[in-house]
Design a protein around this ligand. Structure first.
Ligand SMILES: Cc1cc2nc3c(=O)[nH]c(=O)nc-3n(C[C@H](O)[C@H](O)[C@H](O)COP(=O)(O)OP(=O)(O)OC[C@H]3O[C@@H](n4cnc5c(N)ncnc54)[C@H](O)[C@@H]3O)c2cc1C
Length: 418
């Protein structure tokens, strides 16, 4: 167990992807003393792998998005983590749920048209909600909105079109065979992380910054803050003096909700693909629906993914049994009733109730696209902010968070201390 030092050069708050990146960068710099204060008893934050039936399950971050540009792809391989390169067809293959080729083409055309309309809207002077880029009465609007609850963790009428358009996606998506969370935990292992140390107060009135956490008090010259925006907005971490601009920015960049449910699956779906890794959309006409991945990596599992208000209701009112009942009904409607006997609930996430996340990933409210830069800006050259919400182009991702941790550590190192 890392003891709590009384004084260091730099305190990093949070051992998620951003905090781990900052810690690794500081560790590589000669002669810098630092500690990472982490509220939980584990590293990784919203990237967390658990094991069930001997299989690793990523309850949070899973995909190396933009894998060909993703800073973590190379680091994973350097650390001996095998990557799985099979390309996902998340929502492009509606034929998996019985749609005709013509319908599928119509859907793909509608999606392309929406993306172009969103891009045009983003170039206008005034920011507005993504939903305004939907064609009125469009046949596929509900599916586009459901996809938003998975990709953005919130419905389209809540999201800034300018921010959404700034997200960069190379379209290449890989996975870590042993789990993204396992990989991040491996990166964190050599770092001086003090676990079980939720920070409650950052007093930056004096020459030294005084940080209070559940395990005691630490003084530092600089602090890197990586906690999620919903934690900042809840004022669970008190700043003295207050930082109203940061609070406003955190409120403009809330975390939406996306959750996962894992079912063990003794069936096969060989008619769709004997190799597994089959993506199924529950419904194209209901917003209350899940996205399924059957036999990921060929493993006997179905992974269910769902977001937005629908996910919030299931998490709040029913938890795992309600999630599993919904998924079984939807899968039975798609594949026939016999599938019910082939499914057993294994695990589910509940990111909204998690006190150190309070949600899944950030989106910008309409009119708040520039809040990411506001949140990212250092204060007095000694408080530095990182975390996925401070990424201007890779927000809501593990690699985006990692890059912001590197940025914050470089800022902290470049500026001379007292
Ligand atoms: C269901 C789900 C699926 C996802 N899928 C993907 C995906 O496939 N690919 C992808 O790239 N991204 C995905 N993401 C998003 C990705 O997981 C996050 O964007 C990323 O992990 C955020 O990293 P972070 O360092 O910014 O924040 P976090 O991981 O939240 O790290 C912040 C850390 O701060 C700690 N903390 C909080 N409060 C305090 C406090 N008061 N004191 C001390 N410590 C504190 C937390 O415990 C946490 O460890 C997914 C997320 C979820 C929830």
């Amino acid at each position: 167990m890392t003891p709590l030092p009384s004084e260091v050069d730099v305190v990093v708050i949070g051992a998620g992807s951003a905090g781990i990146a900052a810690g690794r960068r500081l560790a590589a710099a000669a002669g810098i003393s630092f500690v990472v204060l982490e509220a939980r008893e584990r590293a990784g934050g919203r990237t967390w792998t658990i094991e069930k039936n001997d299989y690793p399950l990523d309850l949070g971050g899973e995909w190396l998005h933009s894998a060909d540009r993703n800073v973590l792809s190379k680091i994973a391989q350097e650390h001996g983590f095998a990557l799985y390169h099979r390309r996902p067809d998340w929502t492009t293959r509606l034929s998996n749920r019985g749609a005709s080729l013509a319908e599928q083409e119509d859907w793909i055309g509608a999606r392309r048209a929406y993306q172009a309309a969103r891009h045009r809207a983003a170039s206008e002077a005034e920011d507005r909600a993504c939903s305004t880029a939907l064609p009125p009465g469009g046949r596929w609007n509900t599916l586009l909105n459901a996809i938003s609850t998975w990709g953005n963790a919130v419905e389209l009428d809540q999201i800034s079109v300018k921010d959404n358009d700034r997200y960069e996606d190379s379209g290449v998506n890989w996975r870590v065979c042993r789990g993204y969370g396992t990989f991040l935990a491996t990166l964190a292992a050599p770092l001086p992380v003090a676990y079980g140390a939720p920070v409650s107060r950052i007093d930056h009135r004096g020459r030294d910054i005084v940080i209070d956490c559940a395990r005691g008090r630490v003084q530092a010259h600089k602090v890197i803050i990586t906690v999620p925006t919903n934690v900042l907005a809840s004022e669970a971490v008190e700043f003295d003096p207050l930082l109203p601009a940061k609070l406003d920015a955190a409120n403009g960049l809330p975390l939406g909700l996306a959750n996962k449910l894992f079912l063990s699956f003794t069936g096969r779906m060989d008619d769709l693909d004997p190799e597994g890794d089959i993506f199924l959309v529950g419904s194209t006409t209901r917003l209350q629906t899940m996205n399924y991945q059957a036999r990921p990596f060929g493993r006997p599992i179905i992974q269910c993914f769902f977001g937005g208000e629908f996910a919030a209701g299931l998490e709040r009112d029913g938890g795992l049994p309600a999630m599993a009942a919904f998924a079984s009904d939807e899968l039975a409607a798609l594949r026939g009733n016999a599938i019910r006997r082939e499914l057993t609930p294994l695990a589910a996430s509940s990111w909204r109730a998690d006190p150190f996340a309070c949600g899944s990933y950030s989106y910008a409210r309409p009119g708040h696209a520039d809040d990411r830069a506001v949140l990212a800006a250092p204060v007095d050259d000694r408080l530095f902010f990182a975390g996925e919400a401070t990424s201007l182009n890779f927000f809501s991702t593990v690699h985006g968070a990692y890059e912001t941790g590197l940025r914050a550590a470089a800022q902290a190192l470049k500026i001379p201390g007292r």
